[in-house]
Structure formats: structure tokens, C-alpha cells
Design a protein around this ligand. Structure first.
Ligand code: GLN
Length: 280
């Protein structure tokens, strides 16, 4: 069926799109194009779409049919109850990453003005959410991708938080004397030849935010090795990692001299975050 060309109603547009993509996604994309609510779309099926919106909707559906992630098409994804800008320069926020926030909040919400470092901030979700959830934290966030930092900066403005963003390869551009109470990271950790990288949304995400060497541990190893030089005495390092990496990460933390090492399971029952305390 070719697309109806003129005088297309909301109901016709959705019927056309539903032949190509999932109904829920079709409604989401139409809401995005029309900048309207789900309730409006449901209540006014006979309403005619302006031609520009109908054409924009068709283009989005074509991109979705080609596999592009919904979050990149709408330019947004929710994380910890807040909407963040995303584009193809950053990883799409994942629900399991909320575990890292929950743990950091549980450990640090009673600490006034903690100094916090987020390594490889991407869209900024960890740094910005911690800025909003902790008690007047002082936050630095780094990324090696300037395009990612542009997204993170836009998100910090959108959500009204002040963060020091640094264009830096992990710790490289920090001052030697910079010390933090908490360091967090959701670094790339997928094995470089993992077939999942060629499937689904991952095909469209930045490879540098996903894959990290032949064992997936290159970034995690570098972050753990450098953390001691930038943690306060008693400060913590919290890391997201892959489904089968918890034991390896705990081992790296132990080798680097961390204490009180632990791992926590995500909603799927997978050990997803590990942490250790630096005792100087
Ligand atoms: N959790 C992501 C995935 O498996 C990977 C994110 C990352 O490498 N930090 O798709």
C-alpha cells in the first residue's frame, strides 16, 4: 500500500504505519511529530494531519523500518524519571543503569557536598541524575567524545544543573590533586567481536561507548587502575559492567587495593554493578 498523499487523518496515518512497525512505536513517533499527547491522538482520530507532519511521520517510519532506534528518532529517552536528549553520539540510556544511581543514592544521600566524578559521561545521565539526587554535590564529568559532551551539556542545561565537563580520556585531564568522594562509570564493556554489536539498536550506537577490547575489560581495567590517585581516603568507585564480568571486576578492584568490594544484581537478576572503597 502506498502512502495516502493528501488529507491524511490521524487514524489513517497510524493504520499505514502499523503495517510497517509496532503500533506502540507508531503512536510514539506520531506524538513526537505532532508534539502532542497520547490522549489527543486517541481522542481525535479523524483530525487531518498537516502535510508537513504527515511527511515527517513517513520519513520517521522509514528510518524505523531501517532499524534506527526509537530514542534517536525522537531525540529523547527517559532515565530515572527524567527526559534526556540523546542522539547517535551517545549510548541510549538503559534501565539497568538506574541500579548504579540507586546504590550511589543509598550510600551518599546523607553526605553533604560530596565531590563526584563521572567517567565517560555520554549523554550525562549519571552525572546529572546524581546532581539532582545527592546533597549539593560538586560534580565533574569527562568524556573523550566532544559530540557526547555537547549532548551532556545540553542535558545539564535542560535539567538545570551545574556540572564541570571535561574533554578527557578517563582521568587524563584532571589535576593531579583532584580527589573525589565517589567515582562512577558506565564504560564500554562489550567484547569487541560480540555478535550483539551487529544487532538491533546497538548497530546504531557509538562503538566506542559499547565495545572495549577482546575481553570487554579494557576500559574497566583502566578506570580501576587510575581510581586510587583520584579518590579521597574512604571514597568509593561504582562501576557498571557486563553480565559475566562481576567476578573479573571484583578481582581487578582487589588487585588495585580496594576494600569492601561487592556486586549488586539488576532487575534481571544479573550482577551489573560492582564497587570498592579506597583506603589510601
Ligand atoms: N548494557 C549495554 C548493552 O549490553 C552496554 C552498555 C555499555 O557498554 N556500557 O547493550
Amino acid at each position: 500500500m502506498s502512502a495516502p498523499s493528501t488529507e491524511t487523518s490521524i487514524a489513517e496515518a497510524l493504520a499505514w504505519a502499523r503495517k510497517r512497525i509496532q503500533p506502540l512505536e507508531a503512536r510514539l513517533l506520531l506524538r513526537h511529530v505532532c508534539r502532542t499527547s497520547a490522549a489527543h491522538l486517541a481522542a481525535r482520530p479523524e483530525e487531518t494531519l498537516p502535510l508537513a507532519q504527515w511527511e515527517a511521520f513517513q520519513r520517521l517510519i522509514e528510518h524505523r523500518v531501517a532499524g534506527e532506534p526509537i530514542a534517536y528518532l525522537t531525540g529523547e529517552r527517559e532515565f530515572y524519571g527524567r527526559a534526556f536528549f540523546v542522539n547517535a553520539s551517545v549510548l541510549i540510556p538503559r534501565p539497568e543503569t538506574e541500579l548504579l544511581i540507586e546504590l550511589a543514592v543509598a550510600h551518599f544521600s546523607a553526605v553533604p557536598r560530596p565531590r563526584v566524578l563521572d567517567l565517560g559521561t555520554g549523554s550525562g545521565i549519571l552525572a546529572i541524575t546524581l546532581a539532582l539526587e545527592l546533597d549539593h554535590p560538586v560534580i565533574t564529568a569527562t568524556d573523550i567524545s566532544r559530540d557526547a559532551l555537547a549532548v551532556a551539556t545540553a542535558n545539564a542545561l535542560r535539567l538545570g544543573v551545574g556540572i564541570t565537563f571535561l574533554w578527557s580520556d578517563w582521568y587524563a585531564l584532571l589535576k593531579r590533586e583532584d580527589r573525589f568522594r565517589l567515582i562512577v562509570a558506565n564504560p564500554p564493556y562489550i567484547v569487541e567481536d560480540d555478535p550483539h554489536l551487529a544487532q538491533g539498536d546497538l548497530r546504531f550506537e557509538p562503538r566506542a561507548a559499547l565495545a572495549s577490547g577482546r575481553d570487554g575489560l579494557r576500559a574497566l581495567t583502566a578506570i580501576i587502575a587510575g581510581a586510587g590517585r583520584h579518590l579521597e581516603d574512604g571514597g568509593w568507585l561504582f562501576l557498571e559492567h557486563g553480565y559475566n564480568q562481576a567476578a573479573a571486576v571484583r578481582g581487578l578492584l582487589a588487585d588495585a587495593g580496594f576494600a569492601d568490594i561487592a556486586s549488586w544484581k539488576d532487575m534481571a537478576g544479573i550482577e551489573r554493578v560492582s564497587a570498592g572503597r579506597w583506603t589510601g
